[in-house]
Write a new protein. Sequence first.
Length: 377
Amino acid sequence: MKKLLYVRNGPYVVNPSLYNLQEIGFCKALASKGISADIIYYAPENKNEIIYKDDNAVIRILWRKGYKFFRTGLYPSLLKKSFVNEYDMIITTEYSQIMSLLWTYFKPKVVLYNGPYYNLFKIPFCEKVYDTLFVKAINKRVDKTFTKSTKAQAYLEKKGFCNVSTLGVGLNNEIFEAESETVPPHIQKIINHIKDTKNILYVGSLDERKNFSFLIRVFKLVLKREKNIKLIVVGKGKKGYVNKCLSAVGDDIAKNIIIYDKVENRYLKEIYINSNAFVLPSKKEIFGMVLLEAMYFGVPAITSDNGGSSTLIENADNGFIIKEFDEVLWSETILNVIENKQLSQMISNNAELTIKNNFTWNSIVDKFLSEISNIER
């Protein structure tokens, strides 16, 4: 294989400077093995952007206009032999995107890479209709199906998909291992605020799917025993919702909750390495790149049972998975991690090794290439 097309079918604009985009990390790992790649991202206007080039491989982002129908992206202008047949293989994302079927009507081998393990259709009934119309065809026509989590694998197999393997998701660690650059004042302010202070870190959007209101209530219980601890929040949500969550616990609690709207991805390292524990209480989480990041830096993670945690974490060995949304249980687990230095160090060491040994993009791509070797013949 010399050239691959990686298509993020969903019709959403992404920002590479703010997020550790999975497609870019994956393709950079491919490039290290001499495989060039183009990545399709939804955009308001068409443009091509070279993001990596060496003597052996090139990576381009092809920003492309498409049509948005609910959560589905359609790119009819790309469905041409003259374009598609330039590639040896196509990675298409999500079984619930109709483009995942349309790509299979061309010459290249097609690999499905699916993340969700729950219904993403805005109208729940649409899932059954879509499955009835398209699942058999997609399952028959794709050459291999990978999932991002063990939960996603079980979800697809229940629908009748076969030849499914859990690939996982990798961390693009080069962004964190690059030579240190001058930390801007607004980031330094955060570091100064949390350094040498007991704190719990949360990174993500502030909404009900992420269970932010539950997190605030858990922190209220933690604060009863650890009077000087801080909850550091990196993310943003609707102002009315956030204010409602904070007002529900009162000013005495809220003054210990520090919220930063956004931190550019390359500066998150400084936040992680100064944190005592990481919490992710999401009701649903396709994977959760922040789990990878926190564990990579050895921050003990306390998380709900979701896509990423089910794939990354062995409970009480390299992190904690709490399946019930019980405020007392969560607060006691957080306090145990913070107060028990021996436990915290063990979790930290094991978490770091888990990611560095098995969940960098180089590791994921090695597994990918090994598994597709049969279908390339």
